[in-house]
Write a protein that binds this ligand. Structure first.
Ligand code: 5RP
Length: 230
């Protein structure tokens, strides 16, 4: 691993460890997806091994598998429709705790789990803090049938949308949908953009998280910075 990569990995781990301090015995948790969330899941596994009693809802099959390996008791939204705390990563975060998520393709379940949580905390390394959002292409999850219609519809909003691929096939989400990545470069009004995307027929969900995240925990070199939502 080169120096930049190992510093980034260390920041991800530090942000995850800081968030794990918010976990209390008896909590129902949401477990995010991605490499930063994986640090939190491994740390939580360690705490469970030391006697912590929690149950958790995973936001993807990948996270479910890791949580099982770590011995974390799993539940679902039927048994546990209200969660105490969700810890998840993000592709971008702004200082007002607005996020872009979905780089890993799990944005739909991630948003459902975040919306079922009393508190959502995003854990990020220092490269993820931006203002405005939008350098990272905004992922939009769409039903398979609709994608050819949605490329030109989303382009009208000011981006050059691309159907996400895995090898020579479209990328498939855990829910069996496709993802269209929308490089806006800068999103000056995330709420207005979200309101334009959501009602388009065929759009299942977009990766803008607004009013869902209460706190961003960011690790920078040896320090932790915290951003709170208004
Ligand atoms: C998955 C996500 C992830 O949280 C996001 O992609 C960040 O991943 P990483 O921690 O690996 O950078 O939204 O859908």
């Amino acid at each position: 691993m080169n120096d930049r990569k190992s510093l980034q990995a260390e920041e991800k781990r530090a942000a995850a460890e800081a968030a794990l301090k918010l976990v209390e015995d008896g909590m129902a948790l949401g477990l995010g997806t991605g490499s930063t969330a994986a640090y939190a899941i491994r740390g939580l596994g360690r705490m469970v091994g030391q006697g912590l009693k929690v149950r958790a809802v995973p936001t993807s099959r990948q996270t479910e598998e890791l949580a099982r390996e770590e011995g974390i008791p799993l539940t679902d939204l039927e048994a546990c429709p209200r969660l105490d705390l969700t810890i998840d990563g993000a592709d971008e975060a702004d200082p007002r705790c607005r996020l872009i998520k979905g780089g890993g393709g799990a944005l739909l379940r991630e948003k459902i789990v975040a919306s079922a949580s009393r508190r959502m905390v995003a854990i990020v390394d220092s490269s993820k803090l931006v203002d405005p959002l939008g350098e990272f292409p905004l992922p939009v999850e769409v039903v398979q049938f609709a994608w050819p219609v949605l490329l030109p519809r989303l382009a009208l909003l000011g981006c050059a949308p691309v159907l996400r691929r895995q090898g020579d096939k479209p990328f498939l989400t855990d829910e069996g949908n496709y993802i269209i990545d929308c490089p806006f470069k800068a999103i000056d009004d995330p709420r207005a953009l979200a309101a334009q995307i959501s009602p388009i027929p065929g759009v299942v969900e977009h990766g803008l998280f607004i009013d869902l995240c209460q706190e961003v925990i960011l690790a920078r070199s040896n320090s932790i910075e915290r951003f709170m939502a208004d």
